[in-house]
Design a protein around this ligand. Structure first.
Ligand SMILES: CC(C)(COP(=O)(O)OP(=O)(O)OC[C@H]1O[C@@H](n2cnc3c(N)ncnc32)[C@H](O)[C@@H]1OP(=O)(O)O)[C@@H](O)C(=O)NCCC(=O)NCCS
Length: 341
């Protein structure tokens, strides 16, 4: 399927990432811990997914709490005060409440009182969807400073009796502050796409307006995430590779020009298949799936912050963020890294 949203040829104002932040809850749940909960093994999880542990939020922590921590760290990194934020966007599929949107709850917590706030529901693609949305507001001149947060408490929608899903996900948050670029090209090209025909391959059946929560839906575990892993795997590889190629083509770049790929951390085998097809060595992929599992909308933000802080990302590097998630949704964003002033 052809990606539906692409970068217009002449963008009025280039947009850069001016700061990043991340937060992962303290409690680590290892594969050995999971062996005690469901019928699984460390060996199965490692060979099928590359995951070794994931973080689990405390019972009193909600998604907005995780997101607020990451947001404050990103603001500090960018040297931006909360009051300067004009647009605050939270990408999540595990909101604190059905409404109000989690953006408003983060706003209250961090004191971003001059921002307008919203949430984006694009599952594991949410962070890149958020970046692209915020970028348009800045590029068009509507705002100068945006805060994009991907935050998830996936543990709150997992069925801890279902070994095929509960071992795969974790909690966390990543954030980025967006500002107009100073010298470089900033975000060079983005490709976003969706395919609603396959929504039920990865979804939560109940708790929404189609099937409101009831004693029956809870008894049937329909408020938990359901996934056809094998099908999702195939679509993830195909669509991420296609999005990457399209974004590169639009930018007039080749895979060899990309210094770092920051993929959604769903499965090490998915990342390996993408690396092979794009003919980019796995060493140029930022990978932390072993430590965090799949944190859905938080995953790219978490990995981005890690690579930025440990010095892997240098000014001038071409970085590609690559995502796929429920919906289906997918996307690729190419950015010329320009953070230091
Ligand atoms: C979920 C996933 C790891 C499963 O790997 P797989 O190689 O496709 O495995 P299958 O689903 O075919 O299952 C193989 C067997 O392992 C079993 N199994 C599933 N989960 C298991 C677990 N945690 N421990 C042990 N065995 C398990 C299955 O029951 C199945 O057994 P069977 O053959 O007797 O029926 C893989 O499909 C995947 O990563 N898919 C993409 C998921 C994803 O990225 N989702 C988010 C997208 S944003």
């Amino acid at each position: 399927m052809t990606p539906t949203l692409t970068t217009p040829p002449a963008f009025p104002r280039a947009v850069r990432i001016a700061g990043t932040g991340a937060y992962a809850p303290e409690r680590a749940l290892t594969n050995r811990d999971l062996e005690k909960i469901v019928n699984t093994t460390d060996e199965w999880i490692v060979t099928r997914t590359g995951m070794r542990e994931r973080r689990i939020a405390a019972p009193e922590q909600a998604t907005s709490d995780l997101g607020s921590e990451a947001a404050l760290r990103a603001l500090a990194d960018a040297g931006v005060a909360p009051e300067e934020v004009q647009l605050l966007l939270v990408a999540t599929i595990t909101p604190d409440y059905p409404f109000p949107n989690t953006g408003c709850l983060v706003q209250r917590r961090i004191g971003a009182k001059n921002a307008f706030c919203m949430s984006i529901e694009a599952a594991c693609s949410g962070f890149v969807y958020g970046l692209e949305t915020a970028r348009h507001y800045i590029a068009g001149g509507a705002v100068d400073t945006a805060l994009v947060i991907g935050a998830e408490k996936m543990s709150s929608i997992l069925d801890w009796r279902d070994r095929s899903t509960c071992v795969l996900f974790g909690d966390g948050a990543g954030a980025a502050v967006l500002k107009p670029a100073r010298r470089g090209r900033g975000i060079i090209a983005s490709v976003l796409g969706s395919d609603g025909a396959l929504s039920e391959l990865l979804y939560v059946p109940a708790g929404g307006s189609r099937k409101p929560a009831s004693a029956e839906t809870v008894a049937a575990g329909e408020h938990f995430l359901r996934m056809n892993g094998r099908e999702v795997f195939k679509h993830a590889v195909t669509n991420m590779v296609r999005a990457a190629r399209t974004a590169l083509h639009r930018a007039g770049l080749t895979p060899a020009d990309v210094r770092w790929i920051i993929p959604h951390q769903a499965n090490l085998r998915i990342i390996g298949a993408i690396a092979e097809r794009l003919e980019i060595p796995e060493e140029r992929f930022v990978i932390n799936v072993a430590r965090y599992g799949n944190t859905s909308g938080a995953s790219v933000g978490l990995a981005l912050d890690e690579a930025a802080r440990d010095g892997r990302l240098r000014d001038g590097d071409i970085v590609m963020m690559l995502v796929f998630g429920g919906g289906f949704t997918w996307g690729a964003t190419l950015i010329e890294w320009e953070k230091t002033s």
